[in-house]
Design a protein around this ligand. Structure first.
Ligand code: SAH
Length: 362
C-alpha cells in the first residue's frame, strides 16, 4: 500500500476547501485512495451493520428540511408498540447485526421510563449494542437511558454554521445548546455520533470545511454525513424560498452524490478511526451503487432498515428514500451481497470505535 500523502495527514482549512471544490475525476482518485487507505488501516475490512428501527414519526420540532416536522398535516403519524420494537430487535440478532438503532422524531410521548424499559428489555434479551437517536432531551434522560443499557447516541449538528443552523431550525435555541448536549453524552460514557447534511441552501464550501474541522475537534466516535434531499412539504423543499437563499455565486455546496463522496472521504481523513456510515440518503441518490461507493471512499458502516414496511413509508424525512418497500430480510440479504461484492466482510460484534471501548456504566 502506498503511504499517505502529506496533504492527507491533517488536512487544513484551505486543503479541505480545495478538495470540496475539486471536480477533476483523475485528481479525485487521489482523495478516494487516501480515504480508503485510512479506512483500511484504522477500521479494517469489516462493515458493521446497525439495524435501524424508526420507532415513531411524531415530532414537536419544525426543522425546515424534515418531512416529519410538526405542522406537516399530510403525515399519518405512528408510534410503534414496545412488543413490535422488540420483535425488530430479535430480527437484528437473527440477521447477525451487532447493533440496533432506535430513531424517532422528538416525540413527547416517549417517556423517560418507557424508553429506559425498552432499552433494558432489548439489552437483556438480545445483548445487542443499543444506539438511541431520539433528539434533544434533558441530561437526566440521557443519564437514565445510559444506566438502562444504551451504548451510543446520535445527534447531528446538521450544520455547524450558527446562522444557518438558526435559519433551518425555526424556534430552536440554536447551535450552542446542541453542542452542550453532545458534551453531556460524552461525559455519560456514550459513544457519540453527530454529522451534517450536505448541500443545504446557504451552505458554502468554507462552512462545510469548518464542519469537518469541528468533527476533528469534537473527537466524535461516529460521523454521519448525507446529502440534503428537498421534501416538497417543507419550507426548504420550496424552490427559491425567500427565507433560504443560496450562498453567493460559486460558493453554494451542491447537494449531489459527488459532493457527498468528497465529504465522506474528507471525514475519514480528519477522523481516521471514526465509524462512518454510507448513508441511506446517499443510496437514495444512487440506488445502484451509492452505498458501495460510499464504502469504497471512506465509510465502514451501513444501517439496514428493520422498521416494519407499513411504518417505514410513513417515516418520510425526505422523499424517495432507498429501500422503502423491502422487508427487513430483503434489506439484510441485499446489503450482505453488496458488502461481499466489494471484497469486504460483514462485521461481527458491536463494532466499537477501535481502541475506545465505551466507559463502564455506573
Ligand atoms: N429527531 C432525531 C432524528 C432525526 S432523523 C434528531 O433530531 O436527532 C435523522 C437525520 O435525518 C437528521 O438528523 C437529518 O440529518 C436527516 N434528515 C432529515 N431531513 C432530511 C432531508 N430532507 N434530507 C436529508 N437528510 C435529512
Amino acid at each position: 500500500m502506498s503511504s499517505l500523502p502529506a496533504w492527507a495527514e491533517i488536512p487544513d482549512h484551505a486543503t479541505l476547501v480545495s478538495w470540496l471544490r475539486e471536480e477533476d475525476p483523475a485528481r479525485l482518485e487521489d482523495l478516494w485512495a487516501a480515504a480508503d487507505g485510512q479506512r483500511r488501516l484504522h477500521v479494517g475490512e469489516e462493515v458493521h451493520r446497525r439495524g435501524l428501527i424508526e420507532i415513531s414519526n411524531h415530532c414537536l420540532r419544525r426543522c425546515a428540511y424534515c418531512g416529519i416536522r410538526a405542522g406537516n398535516a399530510e403525515v399519518v403519524r405512528y408510534r410503534m408498540e414496545s412488543h413490535e420494537i422488540l420483535a425488530c430487535a430479535r430480527q437484528a440478532k437473527a440477521f447477525g447485526y451487532g447493533t440496533v438503532v432506535l430513531q424517532a422524531g422528538e416525540d413527547p410521548a416517549h417517556g423517560t421510563q418507557s424508553i429506559a424499559e425498552l432499552v433494558r428489555a432489548i439489552a437483556g434479551e438480545t445483548g445487542l449494542a443499543i444506539t438511541l437517536s431520539l433528539g434533544e432531551r434533558p441530561r437526566s434522560d440521557y443519564e437514565t437511558w445510559r444506566r438502562a443499557g444504551a451504548d451510543r447516541y446520535l445527534l447531528r449538528l446538521e450544520t455547524t454554521d450558527a446562522a444557518l443552523f438558526a435559519r433551518i431550525h425555526p424556534g430552536h435555541p440554536g447551535r450552542e445548546p446542541r453542542l452542550v448536549l453532545l458534551g453531556y453524552l460524552r461525559e455519560l460514557g456514550y459513544e457519540v455520533g453527530s454529522g451534517v447534511m450536505i448541500g443545504i441552501p446557504g451552505q458554502s464550501h468554507a462552512s462545510l470545511a469548518r464542519d469537518l474541522e469541528l468533527f476533528r475537534e469534537l473527537d466524535l466516535d461516529m460521523i454521519g454525513v448525507g446529502p440534503f434531499i428537498p421534501h416538497p412539504m417543507t419550507p426548504l423543499g420550496v424552490d427559491g424560498h425567500p427565507d433560504f437563499p443560496a450562498a453567493p455565486p460559486g460558493e453554494q455546496v451542491p447537494n449531489t452524490e459527488l459532493m457527498t463522496y468528497k465529504t465522506v472521504a474528507l471525514t475519514r481523513l480528519v477522523r481516521p478511526d471514526a465509524n462512518i456510515p454510507s448513508t441511506t440518503a446517499l443510496a437514495t441518490l444512487n440506488t445502484e451503487q451509492g452505498r458501495e461507493l460510499g464504502l469504497m471512499r471512506g465509510a465502514n458502516i451501513v444501517m439496514p432498515n428493520l422498521t416494519p414496511v407499513a411504518y417505514r413509508a410513513l417515516y418520510e424525512i425526505y422523499p424517495g428514500k432507498a429501500c422503502i418497500s423491502e422487508s427487513a430480510a430483503q434489506c439484510s440479504l441485499c446489503l450482505e451481497g453488496r458488502i461481499h461484492a466489494i471484497g469486504r466482510v460483514p462485521g461481527t460484534g458491536p463494532g466499537w470505535r477501535p481502541g475506545h471501548p465505551p466507559a463502564p456504566r455506573e
